[in-house]
Design a protein around this ligand. Structure first.
Ligand SMILES: Cc1cc2nc3c(=O)[nH]c(=O)nc-3n(C[C@H](O)[C@H](O)[C@H](O)COP(=O)(O)OP(=O)(O)OC[C@H]3O[C@@H](n4cnc5c(N)ncnc54)[C@H](O)[C@@H]3O)c2cc1C
Ligand code: SF4
Length: 493
């Protein structure tokens, strides 16, 4: 198998020149860079993080490969962290691998909003291509985590007949249950495995542990963009030139460059329109051992039938993390942790109508995320949690911990009314795994994802609205479409 061509930073010529420089090696950046390199273009992929290795402890993976060691939080009326990956492969190295295509009504809306410049039919071709390259397939029954199996049973009995296995990006998955902490079997299909190490011979140059910190537009004497990159290993600055720059630093980082360098006609909008898919998980205690650490954690899922605004998906929290994150204290926490082998977990996320913002008063390394959850989303969170709690009980759980920082957060209990009245946004325990929309197509970038001549955006920030489904396939598809557009442009030039 081909390995990535690692850039020897010390051996660089004076100012090397490229057809395309791509910053960020996640779903968007990895797909654009890999596709263009395979088409024969001279591509440099710049990644702030380093390569990943599967550590034996989940906490180690979080410390090494999650931005801000996983503790990046929003400011607003909710308590919610937003983890993202900083490593080769970006967030795809630490994601669950679930693949769901963009809901068709959204594609139709984007086509209408763009007056036909975004074409649903064309985009579906890229969704299929992404699907194939990620080798997306249904989780087989033998690999499904026991936690998921138990909850599926209760979900089907509770009016969700379509509850079933999810499709995931993997090749050779053995159900080791560590997807979010770097797959120990290298089975999960990350952006690196799908687009940068595909065995077809041509891969881009990859400069790891290097960060885009500066950009200069072409001027009279120089027709190319000049980028300043910080070598994070020895803190030196490297300059490179490129005909085209693709910013793919993720929805929380890319707007920094748009705002800082006043890119495009509407730089002030960059960072607005942030959707995050607020999510939460429940714990259920069963009589018999569940052994939830076995198998694929996010193996099964379902959605509410009426509107597609809630998705329920499997999750497993290793005990070392559960002890930190369960909303329980003292003897209650001890009670649940002593019985953790009998505990099943399952989560949900909502398609949010609230919108946040990201700003950079302390520079690109410390994005400040502002997000206030509106009332409809608060109700949706509560409704989702109570529906899932009832599914746990229908599955045979004796007790369920709600995602609520309140002493009355364990069901079933006599005084259900108290649980309901304690349900305020500040008390809900949430996480959000899908920041999107901060440089939206049709607002900050055009339908070809161009922000100004020579500069494009190719990550989750271009997605115009909250998707309601896990976003990686949509981001990959946008990136493949962008790569096709750039290849044509470069050839025609
Ligand atoms: C725990 C977790 C589980 C998830 N599970 C799923 C799932 O099952 N299915 C799904 O569809 N989605 C899932 N997601 C979300 C999905 O992985 C992301 O939405 C997707 O990877 C985002 O792609 P991106 O290209 O926008 O950004 P990223 O993948 O985040 O990539 C951005 C990259 O840019 C780099 N970078 C940032 N700044 C700079 C700079 N200045 N210079 C150079 N490099 C820079 C970062 O280090 C990073 O590698 C999950 C996310 C998390 C956190
Ligand atoms: S379940 Fe295990 S083997 Fe399968 S992709 Fe996740 S970490 Fe890898």
């Amino acid at each position: 198998m081909e390995t990535l061509i690692n850039y020897r930073k010390s051996a660089m010529p004076k100012i090397p020149e490229y057809d395309v420089a791509v910053t960020g090696s996640g779903a968007g950046g990895g797909a654009v860079a890999g596709t263009l390199a395979r088409e024969g273009f001279h591509v440099l992929l710049i990644e702030k993080g380093g390569p990943v290795q599967s550590p034996s402890h989940a906490m180690d993976a979080i410390a090494r490969y999650y931005a801000h060691a996983g503790y990046h939080s929003v400011f607003g009326n909710i308590l919610c962290s937003i983890p993202t990956g900083i490593c080769l492969g970006g967030t795809t190295a630490i994601n669950s691998g679930t693949c769901l295509k963009t809901p068709p009504p959204l594609l139709g809306r984007w086509q209408v909003a763009s007056q036909g410049r975004f074409q649903t039919g064309e985009f579906e071709i890229y969704l299929d291509q992404a699907w194939q390259r990620l080798r997306a397939k249904k989780v087989p029954d033998r690999l499904m985590s026991p936690s998921c199996k138990i909850i599926l049973h209760g979900a089907r009995a509770s009016g969700f007949p379509h509850a079933g296995p999810l499709e995931r990006a993997e090749h050779g998955c053995q159900g080791a249950g560590r997807c979010c902490f770097v797959c120990p079997n290298q089975a999960k299909m990350t952006s690196v495995k799908a687009f940068l190490e595909d065995g077809n011979g041509v891969v881009p140059n990859v400069m790891k542990r290097a960060q885009l910190i500066h950009l200069e537009r072409p001027d009279g004497s120089n027709k190319k963009l000049t980028l300043g990159l910080r070598d994070l290993d020895n803190n030196t600055i490297i300059k490179i030139r490129c005909r085209i720059l693709v910013l793919a630093c993720g929805a929380l980082a890319t707007p920094y460059f748009v705002r800082r360098y006043r890119l495009g006609p509407r730089p002030g909008r960059a960072g607005n329109n942030l959707s995050i898919h607020p999510a939460a998980k429940l714990f259920g205690l069963f009589d018999a051992p569940v052994n939830g650490w076995q198998g694929v954690p996010q193996a099964a899922g379902f959605q509410n039938n009426a509107q597609e605004d809630i998705r329920y998906e499997g999750v497993y929290t290793p005990p070392e993390l559960a002890a930190l994150t369960m909303p329980l204290e003292s003897h209650k926490l001890r009670y649940w942790m002593d019985r953790y082998s009998q505990v099943a977990t399952f989560g949900f996320m909502i398609k949010d109508s609230s919108r946040g913002r990201v700003r950079y008063p302390m520079g690109q390394d410390y994005p400040i995320v502002l997000y206030n959850m509106n009332l409809p989303d608060q109700h949706l969170m509560k409704r989702s949690a109570l529906t899932l709690a009832n599914i746990f009980l229908a599955s045979g759980a004796k007790k369920v911990v709600l995602p609520l920082n309140s002493p009355s957060n364990i069901l079933p209990r006599e005084n259900l009314g108290a649980t309901h009245s304690n349900w305020s946004p500040r008390r809900m325990q949430m996480m959000a795994f899908h920041p999107l929309g901060t440089c939206a197509m049709g607002s900050v970038v055009d339908e070809n994802l161009q922000i100004e001549p020579g500069i494009y955006i190719g990550d989750g920030s271009v997605i115009p609205e909250s998707l309601g489904v896990n976003p990686q396939i949509t981001i990959y598809a946008f990136a493949l479409r962008l790569a096709r557009h750039l290849a044509k442009k470069l050839r025609d030039a």
